[in-house]
Design a protein around this ligand. Structure first.
Ligand SMILES: [Mn+2]
Length: 328
């Protein structure tokens, strides 16, 4: 069996060199619809490091993605020109240099006409990606899947940048429209009740994991669609939004999270929104002995690509967006 009828896909999943989904490696694409970019940086982690190896693990597991998305009825590999743009040249001992390098690469890829799917790395990599997107597009709606708010001010005295602060900085820098910022899946013990309150005061619509279970997936998607509307949407997905039973390979796991099926439903349910960019972060292969976290991450990346594939197929027909997430 082969992944596709095109000659470049004759290799078995365990053969060859692992670009994402066997897309062509092209660090400076021209005319691509989507560029997948790795940001293998984890020096901003506060507990278990290792997400620097996330992009490589996700690429390896992506070789099992056959191509056709039966839920969304699209083959993004056929309907889109997707390239694997490789990795950002990160500087493990310098977060500012790394952030500059990420912003530069994301901006450059966007300038080529591609939308960017960024693979972390820890969650600090989202801030420079948001900067690059907002530089082109202005303030963005953001859907933020995570076990943690990541809107803390400082996790270490005097240090404004870590993987727990990117969305505080993004709000301060006016990269995000506060009323169109949703945090989904928060849970676990925090230092006090103020952690979530702070996020709300900053303008986040906080849907804790408990709220997600109370609302159900359709209810969550209704909230998202209502608050995002027609705005330009950036989605950031920290794999720790998923329960460690399904995604153990991450730096700060929290019990009581979403199942892999639920996160698939939520991402698919974004269909119809104006997705301009996204990232998927915090996959740490060292704690992922069976590879299940990276397998899930590769599939979630595929769902993001599928959303773009659907958008391309539906150009001029956006009115049908709202009802599509129902019934899954
Ligand atoms: Mn996070």
């Amino acid at each position: 069996m082969t992944m596709s009828s095109t000659p470049e896909f004759q290799a078995q999943p365990y053969q060859g060199i692992a670009t994402f989904g066997r897309r062509p490696y092209d660090p400076t694409p021209r005319g691509a619809d989507v560029a997948i970019l790795g940001a293998p940086y984890d020096s901003a982690t506060t507990y278990r490091s290792g997400a620097r190896l996330g992009p490589r693990a996700i690429r390896e597991q992506s070789l099992l993605l056959w191509g056709y998305n039966n839920a969304l009825r699209v083959n993004p590999f056929e309907s889109l020109k997707i390239v694997d743009a490789g990795d950002v040249d990160v500087v493990p001992v310098d977060i500012r240099a790394t952030q500059e390098a990420i912003e530069k690469r994301v901006h450059s890829l966007r300038s080529s006409g591609a939308r960017v799917l960024l693979l972390g790395g820890d969650h600090s990599v989202s801030l420079p990606s948001l900067r690059a997107h907002a530089r082109d597009l202005g303030e963005l709606a953001v859907v933020h899947f995570d076990a943690h708010p990541d809107t803390w001010n400082e996790e270490f005295p005097g240090q404004r940048y870590s993987h727990g602060t990117p969305f505080r900085r993004a709000l301060e820098e006016k990269l995000i429209t506060p009323g169109a910022y949703l945090q989904v899946g928060l849970r676990g013990p925090t230092a006090g009740p103020g952690d979530y309150e702070q996020a709300r005061e900053l303008g986040a619509r906080v849907l804790t994991a408990d709220a997600v279970y109370d609302l159900g997936m359709d209810g969550v998607l209704e909230e998202i669609h209502e608050h995002v509307g027609k705005r330009q949407l950036y989605v950031t997905l920290d794999i720790d939004v998923v329960d460690p039973a399904f995604a153990p390979g991450t730096g700060t796991p929290e019990v009581g999270g979403l199942t892999s099926r639920q996160i698939l439903q939520l991402v698919r349910g974004l269909k119809g929104l104006n997705l301009v960019g996204c990232d998927l972060v915090e996959v740490a292969p060292a704690y992922d002995p069976a590879g299940i976290t990276a397998i899930l991450a590769a599939n979630l990346a595929f769902e993001f690509l599928s959303l773009w594939g659907c958008a391309k197929g539906a150009k001029g027909g956006s009115a049908r967006s709202q009802e599509k997430f129902r019934g899954r």
